[in-house]
Design a protein around this ligand. Structure first.
Ligand code: CNA
Length: 315
């Protein structure tokens, strides 16, 4: 998606929460764009909330550039930085929030076109959102891949290392290295060509000790390309058919997702649900507050029953 060079005009006929509930009842192809705010009620911090966000935490412990933790070049040179801090945003995978439940409800009503999530906690899947209706724009913790040999594993296989704040190394690389070391010397693979240095002349074998690759969860770091199916699905399918867009729990600061609302047809109503207002997109209706509370009220006014153990019985 190229950078939006215009701000869409507001549709003046939509203003209130009742207008939003009516749109939910009437529309059939609802695009839902979500961010970290839909998981904060589960104890998973977002990035940019003041005081409680992950970035503020990093600042208080001395990291002046919190985005570095998720920068691919930094990860290549110093994976220990990511591994020392990632435990804080590792999901428990046991529970989803009422807002995830609301997205599932839209699906059950036959109204969910696609949920574009920036989240990496994979909780949409736990809530039962179908794979075909889910685009994980920034990947997820569901799988992890070796940076050296490409070996892919279930994300859970590196969780113990993340929780122990230690770099996770590739099991397949380790086995290959062990096999090579066990093999007779003449069968050993020749070491890759390396920079010539006069100290190499002393035939110091330590330099040639092979290292296993580092595992990286399949989340999109800053500096990495988003998955192709994100662009293809948005431009070729969804942007043409959508009739309502809900943007929930995101500061809309990360491109290209932040550009998506401005690229939808101008007659499609835009609703924003989050704690803080945004000004760089002209939403028709902004419903500010905890998203779980807002979606419960929206569902009630739409005449739908949203069931979830975190919703008080009298709602
Ligand atoms: P962000 O920039 O931290 O914004 C979150 C927004 O949600 C803020 O505007 C908050 O005010 C708002 N918010 C927080 N809690 C609530 C709540 N309970 N109800 C309503 N609004 C709330 O995060 P974005 O998602 O906009 O940024 C995209 C990043 C965040 C992606 O790359 C993600 O991978 C990354 N992230 C994901 C997770 C996760 O998967 N749970 C956690 C932390 C960060």
């Amino acid at each position: 998606i190229a950078r939006a060079c215009y701000k869409r005009q507001k549709l003046l006929q939509y203003n209130t929460i009742d207008d939003a509930a009516k749109l939910l009842r009437e529309r059939k192809n609802i695009m839902v764009i979500t961010g970290a705010g839909i998981s904060t009620s589960l104890g998973i911090p977002d990035f940019r909330s003041k005081d409680t966000g992950f970035y503020d935490k990093l600042l208080t412990i001395g990291y002046t550039d919190p985005e570095m933790v998720f920068d691919i070049h930094e990860f290549e040179s110093n994976p220990g930085l990511f591994y020392s801090l990632a435990a804080d945003i590792l999901p428990g995978f046991k529970q989803y929030s009422p807002t995830h439940g609301f997205i599932r409800l839209l699906q059950d009503k036959g109204k969910l076109q696609t949920n574009y999530t920036q989240n990496i906690d994979n909780l949409e899947e736990l809530a039962g959102v179908e794979k075909s209706r889910l685009i994980q724009c920034h990947g997820s913790f569901a799988t992890a891949t070796c940076r050296k040999c490409g070996h892919k594993v279930a994300g859970t296989e590196i969780f113990d290392d993340i929780r122990a704040k230690q770099i996770s190394y590739c099991v397949r690389c380790k086995i290959e290295i062990a096999n090579e070391q066990a093999a007779p010397k003449q069968n050993k693979r020749k070491p890759a060509a390396r920079r010539y240095d006069s100290s190499d002349d002393d035939d110091d074998e330590d330099d040639d000790i092979p290292q296993p690759g580092v595992m990286k969860p399949d989340i999109t770091f800053f500096g990495e390309q988003l998955p192709n199916h994100f662009f293809d699905t948005f431009t070729d399918r969804d942007a043409k058919n959508v009739d309502l867009v809900l943007v929930i729990g995101t500061s809309l600061k990360v491109s290209p997702v932040s550009e998506m609302p401005n690229f939808l047809p101008k007659e499609v109503p835009h609703i924003y649900i989050s704690r803080e207002p945004v000004t760089h997109v002209n939403f028709d209706i902004q419903l500010l507050g905890n998203c779980d509370d807002v979606v419960v009220e929206l569902a009630r006014r739409a005449g739908w029953e949203l069931k979830h153990e975190m919703i008080p019985k009298d709602c």
